[in-house]
Design a protein around this ligand. Sequence first.
Ligand code: SAM
Length: 438
Amino acid sequence: RARTWCAGLALWVCGSQGRSYRFMSPHGHGSDDDEAAVTAISNEEWCSWLHAELRACPAYATHGALLDECCAIAARWRTRFWGRKALWNRMRRGSRLAKELAEAAPVLERARLEAQSVKLEGGARVVVIDLCSGFGYMAMFLSELLPPDKVERIVLVDKAWARHGVERRPHHIDPAHISDPGWPIRLSTSHADLKTPSDRRSLLRAFLSRGCPAMLLGVHLCGTLSLRAVDLFNDSPSFFFLGLKPCCLPPAFFAQRGDVFGSANGHCFAAKAVAVAGKWQRGKWVGGASRQELQRKFAVWVDNLSRCVECDVEGGGGEGGEEAGGAGRGVVAVEQHRVQSLWLLNDFIFCSRPWAALAPRSATSAAHAAGPEASGTLAAVPAPNRSNGAGVSEARRAAVVANFDEARREAKRARRAGRRGDAERAAAERRRAAREGR
Ligand SMILES: C[S@@+](CC[C@H](N)C(=O)[O-])C[C@H]1O[C@@H](n2cnc3c(N)ncnc32)[C@H](O)[C@@H]1O
């Protein structure tokens, strides 16, 4: 078999049978014209096409067995939804299915292991929350991969779903594929804007108020959405697993107004350390920040996000831990899995911790709902209300930003000094000492 490219369309030449089929560009999203060719092929042929797409993804090298399994699952979907052409067209959408599946593979793999190994008591079953689900491929695959005897439901959370009881508008995602009754584990949608604190609280109240065991997943969460995912995880001790794949860095305005980012566990860092100018456009980075700056800041971003994660369960390890339903410490790790051909965005944050059958803290404590300042985690005078919601005091914010500025100046001096000879370095040091009145 050979594959050639022509004017944005992939031509798949089935050499052995002397037939050729036209498929969409892997960078496009398909059109009705393409569908004529696609519908002409058999399930087996479609499956081999999908398989070839997956084999071409960088994730195949490390997650090949899982992707093969998912390929067989997707082939079953084709049979299942075949009679509903418009719906199937939305589901298969060119190479999008293959791309999103491959990029979510490490989260799918870990989520399955966690669900299989979690110890449940008293008939408790797991709820899975898929943040910023988009169309919902990851949840759909999870429904087929997770053990149905242990997992009760998977909730797809996105601001693009219509609110329940509200008529769906054109900008909302059509949930017809999600509400289909054939999923092995029940799927449901939930509208929530993760940047709105009351939406986050309502989300936890709706699904975790009784402290049922839960896993929190989020793939391709842009900017501060990743921080909001960490906030949710920290807020609810009944989450025993976090699988997060951060996406774009926060935009430059956070740095311009001197923000800090942080979480209720007290960790915070300067927005300047991670915010960048520019944006992704069709898989290409357009804007101010250089590739080097992006790479450096992305590593800092992921590292700080992971430090914001609370992996010790309330009462864990100490007295009362057992009674609280959980015990001991968890573990948080940043893992690199090459899932995209891009030079960036291959970092995953995973946290496993014991399950504590407790309601979300924000549902039980007004002080916690008001942020770490009010709960006494951080120092007293509150900073102006900033959208990152870390609740850091003004004094601490100023200190964190000043420390960052000083560290950056020091690093610059060290770089310059490294380029100079000994004599020049000594002279520069004398000038600096004189300037600073030493
Ligand atoms: C890059 S897509 C990720 C979709 C999917 N997880 C994936 O991996 O392909 C980002 C999704 O986040 C959703 N989103 C953006 N801002 C949001 C917010 N403030 N609250 C909830 N969802 C949001 C968008 O509607 C979109 O579906």
